[in-house]
Ligand binder design. Structure first.
Ligand code: SAH
Ligand code: SF4
Length: 429
């Protein structure tokens, strides 16, 4: 979501006539699009901003956008008086106004609305990638997991109209994009805040699938409680929808899940995973897991470990618990020592590596569909992405970049496949 917001901000600034520089010392305007999800992310930005403040003063504008803007508000000005403006996650549309204000008056400015109310210029987003694009379908979150700052920094759920989403998807396909990732904190909530539309997430997927020339659709992320049978059916039936689902477990113990306010039990979660695997046998599952949540015992951690072993996730984002100001979990002492959090985290990382190697070994010799993205860093290979969200390196001509090819999987190293482009694909080039 932050990446897309950065692309939208870059789009607004490009329309204004600014050009991008990768050399920070040359910039007249520096914007930090921040994340508040864990303390480390915030400390990095504060450190970097602090350093800028200690440098020799020069005539440039510094802005803070993203979740930290909403989480810290004016406190940023108090700590970092050289910051010129603060623009919250729900105020990206105000960027030009705010810049004008800062330039005209030289005074510090701030906008941090609680709720997202105004449509953004998505079409103008300055996208980094030429074949894959993010499309925002719902902003905010109403789930209020007890550890999470997102409902406070991004506000309540607000679905974007289907017309606007479909229009953007069609425009992207016309521009040559082959893959679209639909974005939201919880995409499965799509439409629930607008009951009068009578239009839910799977309805949107069925319409997007009809867009000619769009090869792939993914979505992230989805809350397990809202992963419905209809959605699973859509993954099975719609040719464009990739067989990959981020299905964030967070913890394997029912007591911890309840304390996290995740709204499902381990058993309910397993039942949904079993149904999805039955309907879409080739599905690649992903997860987010937090270790060291307040009061998590060794036995409860073992339940998370076992759940990971049982589900066999292809991708895992593993976190150690980080207390966030303003969240309900701040009521509880962060009682798990950092050393134990680190140990649990490492054990899950090791398990993930083991499982992902097994999953990769099982697929050796198979042919997969690859979206060719670019040349590898060393220049020797083409690099592409499978429908299941794995990278593949293989030999081929630059003319393949941006196209979909069939590649036979011949080996793997860490999380990346090695492959060989199918003979038929080479002949049609
Ligand atoms: N809406 C998404 C999550 C967005 S935040 C979802 O529910 O799946 C991405 C991940 O960051 C979360 O899934 C969680 O695993 C992690 N996270 C959020 N708050 C955290 C915290 N306080 N400490 C550690 N990890 C956290
Ligand atoms: Fe945070 Fe939970 Fe919302 Fe995800 S669903 S953004 S973890 S509150």
């Amino acid at each position: 979501m932050n990446e897309l917001d950065s692309e939208i901000i870059a789009g607004i600034l490009t329309k204004r006539g600014l050009s991008e520089t990768t050399d920070e010392t040359l910039a007249d305007l520096l914007i930090f699009n921040t994340c508040s999800i864990r303390d480390l992310a915030e400390r990095k930005v504060m450190g970097k901003l602090g350093k800028l403040g200690r440098q020799k003063k020069r005539d440039r504008i510094i802005g803070v956008t993203g979740c930290m803007a909403n989480a810290k508000k004016e406190a940023i000005f108090q700590k970092l008086p050289h910051v010129d403006f603060i623009l919250g996650t729900n105020n990206i549309h105000d960027l030009n106004c705010l810049l004008d204000e800062v330039i005209l008056t030289g005074a510090q400015s701030i906008r941090t609305d609680e709720e997202f109310t105004q449509e953004l210029d998505y079409i103008a987003a300055k996208r980094q990638d030429k074949s894959k694009a993010y499309v925002s379908i719902i902003r905010g979150c109403d789930k209020y997991c007890t550890y999470c700052v997102v409902p406070y920094t991004r506000g309540p759920e607000v679905s974007r109209t289907p017309q606007s989403i479909l229009e953007e998807c069609r425009e992207l396909v016309a521009q040559g994009y082959k893959e679209i990732s639909l974005l939201g904190q919880n995409v499965n909530s799509y439409g629930k805040d607008k009951p009068e539309w009578k239009y839910l997430f799977h309805d949107l997927l069925y319409e997007i699938d009809k867009i000619e020339g769009l090869n792939r659709v993914r979505f992230l992320t989805s809350h397990p409680v809202d992963i419905s049978r209809e959605l699973m059916g859509a993954i099975r039936d719609l040719p464009s929808l990739c067989e990959q689902v981020h299905f964030p477990l967070q913890a394997g113990s029912n007591r911890i899940l309840k304390k996290m306010h995740r709204l499902y039990t381990k058993e309910e979660y397993f039942e949904k995973v079993a149904l999805l695997k039955e309907l879409v046998p080739d599905v690649a599952l992903g997860t987010d897991i937090i270790v060291g949540f307040p009061t998590e015992t060794d036995e409860e951690f073992e339940e998370t470990y076992e759940a990971m072993r049982q589900v066999r996730y292809a991708t895992s984002f593993l976190y150690t618990y980080s207390p966030r100001k303003g969240t309900p979990a701040m009521r509880w002492v962060d009682d798990i020592p950092e050393s134990i959090k680190a140990e649990r985290h490492q054990r899950l990382l090791d398990l993930h590596r083991e499982i992902s190697s097994e999953l990769m070994a099982e697929k050796l010799g198979q042919e997969v569909e690859v979206l060719v993205e670019k040349r590898s860093k060393d220049g020797n290979y083409l690099r592409g992405l499978t429908r299941c969200w794995r990278h593949v390196l293989f030999e081929g001509a630059d003319s393949c970049i941006g196209s979909i090819q069939t590649v036979k999987l011949t080996g793997y190293s860490h999380q990346t496949w090695m492959g060989q482009m199918g003979k038929a694909s080479i002949e049609t080039l």
